[in-house]
Design a protein around this ligand. Structure first.
Ligand code: PMP
Length: 428
């Protein structure tokens, strides 16, 4: 805001890149003003092209759980790069990566590395279809699972932000294979299975939603998904691209004790480099080429530099790290709630571990997309702009989760809460 350097860069960017950005939410359309162009980052902070410091609650949309430029992660990246940046051939590193993921996620018996969360979900569903011989995918409104055609139906994240839950360019014949239900609606799920259970290949779910803002599952919802899939021979897929290694080292499946048939991972497991993975039951993963007839491949899949960054990150995530994240994020949650009360602003904070969202709504809990979209997005935009001017970098949309890292300090959180309270009072 009032940052001439970002403004000039944004003009140059808009001339050549759609919306001036390489991923839509970054354009700040939902909150107004120019996006901050980032020049560098360290620990809990990002620095704008104009040199301004921001306390970062975006964390590259999730991966930076250790904070930015963690010395051990950078060391691992540099060491790996010195040995060559890509071979397109198997490496010991990716074997260690597979061993690590299968150890952290007991539901994953075999795993394949890919380069983005989009590839992970798209490939998991292809494998589920190949395995079941069925076509229908069930997803939940407001959940975002990347930008594969058949998953861009009533999707969250940037689509929710821009108010276009369905993308143009997706053939209706493709979208027709996707059934969408309200998140947390167990009865609707039971009805759908009763009517079409023998056609359903997979149910894919964000076990805590991050992409309509942070929305936790109601008790029994995830259990019902796993049980109904099992009963009807469909494949349950936990899309833990965001929650994986975030809400616990073993993701939401560790917190719930549930065993989905398949799991998608991304973000944190790549330590800030392009790396993701999908895996699950051996019988399903054995469908994937070259073992089976389901094709999936990638030039940079299992890239040694990315895998090194991921392993270095995972090695640093011990029980102490999650205790610290819980403590800091709880302090932020309590601080924001107190700020709402002190400023007589109506709103609600939802948090699971170190992911959270401040909803500017009537104070009610948000359980699904119908609830989320009742939020006052104008009010959120005003608050966000006021936060940026105070050096606080939150996701530029009401419908995204903010993340705390272990590089944040209590002093950072307290300063953020003070800024948030001032920002709630700002009228412009
Ligand atoms: N699934 C979930 C739950 C996500 O949050 C995201 C991205 N925010 C994706 C899939 C897609 O991942 P990517 O952006 O790496 O393609």
């Amino acid at each position: 805001m009032n940052d001439p350097i970002s403004h000039k860069l944004f003009e140059r960017a808009q001339a050549l890149i759609p919306g001036g950005v390489n991923s839509p939410v970054r354009a700040f359309r939902a909150v107004g003003g120019d996006p901050v162009f980032i020049a560098r980052a360290e620990g809990a902070y990002v620095y704008g092209a104009n040199g301004a410091q921001y306390t970062d609650y975006v964390g590259s949309w999730g991966p930076m759980i250790l904070g930015h430029t963690h010395p051990e992660v950078i060391k691992a990246i540099v060491a790996a790069a010195a040995n060559g940046t890509s071979y397109g051939a198997p490496t010991e590193l990716e074997v260690r990566f597979a061993e690590k993921l299968t150890q952290l996620y007991p539901s994953i018996e075999m795993v394949r590395a890919v380069s983005s969360g989009t590839e992970a979900t798209m490939s998991a569903i292809r494998a589920a279809r190949g395995f079941t011989g069925r076509d229908v995918t069930v997803k939940f409104e407001g959940c975002y699972h990347g930008h594969a055609d058949f998953l861009l139906v009533k999707a969250g994240s940037g689509l929710a932000t821009l108010g276009v839950p369905d993308s143009a360019g997706v053939p209706s014949s493709t979208a027709g294979h996707t059934s969408t239900l309200a998140y947390n609606d167990r009865a609707a799920l039971r009805e759908l299975f009763a009517a079409r259970g023998d056609q359903i290949a997979a149910v894919i779910v964000e076990p805590v939603v991050g992409n309509m803002g942070c929305v936790p599952p109601v008790p029994g919802f995830l259990e019902e998904i796993v049980a109904l899939c099992q009963k009807h021979g469909a494949v349950s897929i936990f899309d833990e691209v965001m929650t994986g290694c975030r809400v616990a080292l073993g993701g939401m499946q560790q917190r719930t004790g549930l065993t989905p048939d398949m799991t998608c991972l991304g973000k944190i497991i790549g330590g800030g480099l392009p790396l993701a993975a999908y895996g699950g039951k051996r019988a399903i993963m054995q469908q994937v080429a070259p073992l089976g007839p389901v094709y999936q491949a990638g030039t940079l899949s299992g890239n040694p530099v990315a895998v090194s960054a991921g392993l270095a990150t995972l090695e640093r995530l011990d029980a102490g790290a999650y205790e610290k994240l819980e403590h800091l994020a709880s302090r932020l949650e309590q601080g924001l709630l107190a700020a709402l009360a002190r400023t007589k602003t109506s709103g609600h904070v939802q948090r699971v571990g170190s992911m959270l969202t401040l909803f500017f709504n009537d104070g009610s809990p948000v359980r699904d997309w119908a609830d989320a979209k009742k939020s006052d997005t104008e009010r959120f935009g005003r608050w966000h702009r006021a936060m940026i001017t105070r050096g606080q970098y939150f996701p530029p949309s009401q419908f995204e989760a903010a993340f705390v890292s272990i590089a944040h300090t209590e002093a950072d959180i307290d300063a953020t809460v003070r800024a948030a309270e001032e920002a709630m009072l700002e009228r412009a």
